[in-house]
Design a protein around this ligand. Structure first.
Ligand code: GLY
Ligand code: MN
Ligand code: MN
Length: 483
């Protein structure tokens, strides 16, 4: 479909660029006809979104950190896929965190005032029926669906709302210190031009990442909901393993995606549906390989909720339903490493502790199997286990799968764990198919186990504990689902 009348690429351009041609090919009679005869679809008094008070607290913390400065946090814009077709939109995490709004083109501005900041939300208003944009513009509500608009936005988000189409001009007309979260809205960045400074903007981004390290109760509920949907998605995958055997890994990807779209907003990252030797490729997202009875399936997938919080869970499952003795041996080593890692997650522990604990267990097994010469201390000191452990043992989880990635080193990777932090614990062992340093039976075997762990006041809680981890539990769970 393309926009009515003219049906050209020109018609599909944003209205600003084609304003003068708006009525091309439209008779005066049709234009007049389309102006009227529509019911009022304004909603009166919509309830505020649940996280409105949480977002207000976050804005207050941001305001306190940057007194006297104008702060600009954009949601981002649509990205063209081809011609007038766009990629699915996902709001920038910083914007979602500070507003709870998830719609395209929005901009949160914190205007400095004597005692802090006034927050203003710039949004796309309802489509104008008088000038025809609602049906002649490819982004009009007739094409893309009703939007909240300004009056409703004020109710939903608890913020004064203005027309975003004036935001760039209004910001350009201000003076004084200003910072923007970069990388989401090139139009706004251009409007602020030389007033922006990369280092100062980075301070804003880093501050927000630091703030997001500790989750509030709303966020923890969302993460638990993301994990719960993910658990159901894993069950869906197990139920269709037979059909995947007849097709490919894509069947599993599609099956999990169905759960993500029905219960959530999307998947939180590209699902890794890695069967057989593909399990040794860390970011195997092509998912176009065969699913063979007798191999292991490494499934790393997460549902993203409607509020954009994501799970990140991995299970390595025997496609036949039963681990071979060799698969069980590798699996149990990774499980022991994960147990040691999870046990090291508690308030006051260093972020690095759970990684070190898991790596030690993996190194012990690699030495015991004769794959690397001991002693274990030497292996760890030289990092020799890393040929097969490959990656860090976990990361923060939240609005982004690799959450808070730009947080200060001293607050994150060199920091200590605090209640409310949520992280993955995900050790693995990967023996590449062409690794000539290991006996043949190891080659092409990859195992990762990944759970989402909340730091609590007195230890931790495994948000994904519903999914079995032990080999016996996995086998009986799979048998139950497939019976
Ligand atoms: N799914 C990406 C990761 O586990 O970090
Ligand atoms: Mn992960
Ligand atoms: Mn993962």
């Amino acid at each position: 479909m393309v926009a009515e009348n003219g049906q050209s690429a020109e018609q599909a351009q944003p209205i600003k660029q084609r304003k003068n041609g708006l009525y091309r090919g439209v008779s005066d009679e049709l234009a007049a006809n389309m102006r009227g005869g529509w019911a009022d679809t304004e909603r009166s008094d919509p309830a505020p979104i649940e996280q409105a008070p949480n977002a207000a607290r976050r804005r207050a913390a941001l305001s306190a950190r940057f007194p006297g400065e104008r702060l600009v946090i954009p949601a981002g814009n649509l990205k063209t896929r081809s011609n007038d077709t766009e990629y699915a939109f996902r709001a920038a995490s910083e914007y979602a965190y500070l507003t709870g709004d998830l719609t395209q083109d929005g901009v949160l501005v914190l205007e400095p005032v004597a005692d802090g900041h006034d927050a203003v939300l710039y949004l796309l208003p309802r489509s104008d029926r008088e000038n025809g944009e609602f049906w002649l513009d490819g982004h009009g509500e007739l094409w893309v669906g009703r939007r909240a608009g300004l009056a409703e936005g004020e109710q939903l988000y608890g913020l004064p709302c203005l027309d975003v189409r004036k935001a760039a001009e209004e910001l350009a007309g201000t003076d004084g210190a200003v910072r923007i979260v970069r990388g989401h809205d090139t139009g706004l960045e251009a409007a602020l031009g030389a007033r922006l400074d990369a280092e100062r903007d980075e301070e804003l981004r880093v501050f927000l990442a630091d703030e997001r390290l500790v989750k509030d109760e709303f966020e923890i509920r969302q993460l638990q909901a993301a994990v719960d949907s993910t658990v159901r998605g894993f069950e869906d995958v197990v139920r269709v393993l037979d059909r995947a055997e007849a097709t490919s890994e894509r069947y599993l990807e599609g099956t999990f995606f169905l759960r993500a779209r029905v219960e959530g907003n999307d998947i939180g990252y590209g699902s890794i549906c890695a069967s057989g030797p593909h399990a040794t490729t860390l970011h195997w997202v092509r998912n176009d390989g065969p699913v063979r009875n007798g191999d292991l399936l490494l499934l790393d997938a997460g549902v993203e909720t409607h509020t954009l919080y994501t799970a990140d869970v991995t299970r390595t499952l025997p496609i036949s339903g039963t681990f071979t003795a060799f698969q069980r041996r590798i699996y149990d080593a990774v499980l022991a490493a994960q147990d040691a890692g999870i046990a090291a997650v508690r308030p006051g522990a260093k972020f690095r502790d759970f990684h070190d604990a898991a790596q030690r267990v993996l190194a012990e097994h690699l030495v015991a199997w004769g794959l690397v010469e001991g002693p274990v201390e030497r292996v760890l000191e030289l990092g020799l286990q890393r040929r097969w452990t490959l990656h860090g043992t976990g990361h923060m989880l939240g609005l982004d799968v690799h959450d808070c990635a730009v947080a200060r080193t001293e607050a994150y990777v060199d920091g200590a764990l605090e209640p409310g932090m949520c992280l993955t614990v995900e050790p693995g062992l990967y023996f590449q198919a062409d690794d000539l340093t290991v006996p043949e039976e190891y080659r092409g075997v990859g195992v990762r186990i990944e759970d989402d762990i909340l730091v609590t006041e007195d230890g931790n809680r495994n948000l994904s504990a519903e999914l079995p981890r032990g080999v016996d539990e996995i086998e009986s769970w799979m048998a139950r689902l497939r019976s």
